[in-house]
Design a protein around this ligand. Structure first.
Ligand code: TA6
Length: 298
């Protein structure tokens, strides 16, 4: 469904649809001084800026917006596997959902100051996710950013999957921020071949490439950004894992859609259920994971 058809079907003040030159459909939301943006491809949020704040979600200035291409930044929906496919080396990294065409099902006035968008994706039929599963993502743009991901198992047997809301956050400088809330959590260090690490006991600061999958993590994690006098809070429900990632200079320079000059201004803090925390979902059941992103200070 193109922008014109969507605009005639979903008439809500502050919601604009556009067909981009690259062949994607973009939705822009503005309400109460907050602004947000998402693409139907991947149901991918690419911008969120609450009233009175700098942008909170980071999207690369070099991101490629093209059908079937993962967009560098925003909040990619990672499903039904995280990282490389466990058995199929030619399968896409981070699953099929983030480059698939989701359909917009609902646009609603949500919360006191927000607009909610509900998008859906049928897993069945894709090469890599044959199970009859349906994913729904509800995104609420307002003074907070809320994402609720529900996976319904319509198969006759249990299914297993990993999932993550792979959020990129805009920060002052990777060398001056820290992450709190993960002090007591063990983690998998993907920069060290997946080595299992014990809890560090202290706040997380980054001084080199960081790619850590924290397991059995608490509900709230915070990005402390004193230079911008703000804290970004990432509250979670139904998400046992938290992934923290920054590619650092060498890896970033090798990424055409990131480049050598932006990596210091971003950090990924991702709510998910991956590795030891992956989901096994009974036939007919639905699993829900949600994250609520807000900004304090600033
Ligand atoms: O979440 C961290 C991570 O798994 C890293 O290993 C890195 O690959 C990152 O995701 C980005 O992956 P992408 O496929 O979007 O380039």
């Amino acid at each position: 469904m193109g922008a014109a058809e969507l605009a005639s079907r979903f008439r809500v003040a502050g919601v604009a649809f556009a067909d981009t030159e690259h062949g994607l459909v973009r939705v822009q939301v503005s309400r109460g001084g907050s602004a947000g943006e998402l693409f139907l491809q991947g149901a991918q949020v690419t911008a969120w800026q609450p009233a009175g704040q700098r942008p909170v979600i980071f999207t690369s200035a070099r991101a490629v917006f093209a059908p079937g291409k993962a967009i560098r930044g925003g909040v990619p929906v990672i499903l039904p596997w995280f990282g490389p496919h466990p058995t199929a080396p030619t399968a896409p990294q981070h699953g099929v959902a983030r480059t698939a065409p989701w359909r917009l099902e609902r646009v609603e006035e949500a919360m006191a100051d927000g607009i909610g968008l509900t998008l859906a994706l049928d897993g069945a039929g894709s090469d890599w996710w044959p199970e009859a599963a349906v994913a729904r993502l509800r995104v609420v743009f307002g003074s907070e950013l809320r994402l609720d991901l529900a996976v319904e198992n319509r198969a006759a047997q249990a299914i297993e999957f990993e999932e993550a809301l792979h959020a990129y956050f805009a920060i002052s400088d990777i060398a001056s921020v820290s992450v709190t809330g993960l002090e007591g959590c063990r983690f998998i260090d993907k920069t060290a071949g997946g080595a299992r690490r014990p809890p560090t006991g202290g706040r997380l600061t980054l001084a080199s490439e960081t790619d850590s999958v924290y397991l059995d993590t608490p509900a709230t994690v915070a990005i402390e950004d004193p230079a911008w006098r703000r804290r970004i809070l990432v509250e979670k429900e139904g998400a046992a894992s938290t992934i923290v990632w920054n590619p650092w200079a060498d890896k970033a320079a090798a990424m055409a859609d990131l480049g050598p000059d932006q990596w210091q201004g971003m950090i990924c803090v991702e709510a998910g259920n991956v590795a030891d925390n992956k989901i096994s979902l009974a036939a007919g059941a639905t699993h829900r994971m949600s994250t609520r992103i807000s900004v304090a200070g600033g």
